[in-house]
Design a protein around this ligand. Structure first.
Ligand SMILES: [Zn+2]
Ligand SMILES: [Zn+2]
Length: 348
């Protein structure tokens, strides 16, 4: 079968490889669609070895269960599924409490649990083998849409769901960055909370995509932006700030608007630094504020909830599809910022 492989530095291309066999507890999927993510593009752009050479890329997988390995009874042949991106041990105390994204079976405290397309062969191929426990039925969703749910929708869902205690009546949320994840965050907030939502982005086109769905949009270049956010958020600032960008300036904005005992949640990984200044004479960060740095993916239950929201038509995003053989064009378009919504490879 054809597979899109990471071959080495700046080198991604197709190879013919054997069809993989599912082992105990695993199933083989015939891939229907596989999302292309900025993470994949960063692998290609990385001047050093990014992942193990020879790895099949693709962590946003939708497919049909086509073969069952030994000891699999939880799922049947022909089921359409998407794949949770985190393949955890299922036995440690974090897994047992449903925190697969903090699984303790990894190499060190700085090593997150791994999944397809980063550590194990992924879905940019005709077939992929995955743990049966990581394959969740998609309830009739179109595969090219379903494929983006495990990453682009589950990350913002994890952000919202982890902070529901803050999102009581009258609460406000600031979303920084209205790309794919930010757009999903807006629709998840609208579908599952009563919070007043404010969105900040530097791109007017990104703000246009969410303008009609939220209380206010603000361009990051506008004057006195922090003051305006605080004012919109009842004068004390948003209870939750979701920073999908993570630069020095977005983190500074987040810290200078968040409400007392509010949370700044930072999935964005653009290399910014958050300064936690405890000098009460100079700090812009209010009492009791928490910062959650680089939350990782989402839980399996988060993905199940996301699938249910999508099946009910409550969350959506534009999809740009590419035939599998044109995968490298998708990488180029994503790299150049030419993709509207999410880029997805279709296999048939
Ligand atoms: Zn991704
Ligand atoms: Zn575990």
């Amino acid at each position: 079968m054809r597979a899109l492989k990471y071959k080495g530095v700046h080198d991604i291309g197709f190879l013919d490889v054997p069809v993989p066999e599912p082992g105990p507890g695993q199933v083989r999927l015939e891939v229907s669609a596989c999302g292309v993510c900025h993470t994949d593009v960063t692998f290609r752009n990385n001047p050093e070895i990014a992942v193990e050479p020879g790895l099949t890329l693709g962590h946003e997988i939708a497919g049909v269960v086509e073969s069952l390995g030994p000891e699999v009874s939880s799922i049947s042949l022909g089921t359409e599924v998407v794949v949770h991106t985190i393949w955890s041990c299922g036995r440690c105390r974090q897994c047992l409490r449903g925190r697969e994204n903090a699984c303790l079976s990894t190499a060190s405290r700085l090593t997150p649990p791994q999944g397809p397309g980063t550590r194990y062969d992924g879905g940019m191929a005709k077939y992929v083998v995955v743990p049966a426990a990581s394959a969740l039925p998609t309830r009739g969703l179109a595969p090219e849409f379903a494929s983006v749910l495990p990453d682009a929708a589950t990350v913002p869902y994890h952000a919202v769901d982890s902070n529901r205690h803050l999102l009581v009546d009258g609460a406000s949320v600031l979303v920084i960055g209205a790309g794919g994840l930010g757009q999903f965050a807006v629709s998840i907030l609208r579908a599952t909370t009563e919070a007043r939502v404010v969105v900040v982005d530097v791109r007017e086109s990104a703000l246009d995509a969410v303008r009609s769905q939220v209380f206010a949009v603000l361009n990051s270049n506008a004057a006195s932006i922090a003051d305006r956010v605080v004012e919109i958020a009842s004068g004390h600032g948003p209870d939750l700030v979701l920073d999908f960008v993570g630069t020095d300036s977005t983190l500074q904005l987040a810290g200078s608007v968040v409400a007392p005992y509010g949370t700044v949640w930072v999935p964005g990984q653009s290399g910014g630094t958050f300064t936690l200044d405890t000098d009460r004479a100079t700090t812009a960060v209010p009492r009791g504020a928490a910062i959650v740095s680089r939350p990782y993916g989402g839980t399996r239950n988060n993905l199940a909830d996301v699938i249910a929201l999508a099946a009910d038509g409550l969350i959506t995003i534009p999809i740009t599809t590419y035939p599998f053989e044109n995968a490298l064009a998708a990488f180029d378009d994503l790299d150049a910022g030419r993709v509207v919504g999410r880029a997805v490879l279709t296999m048939n």
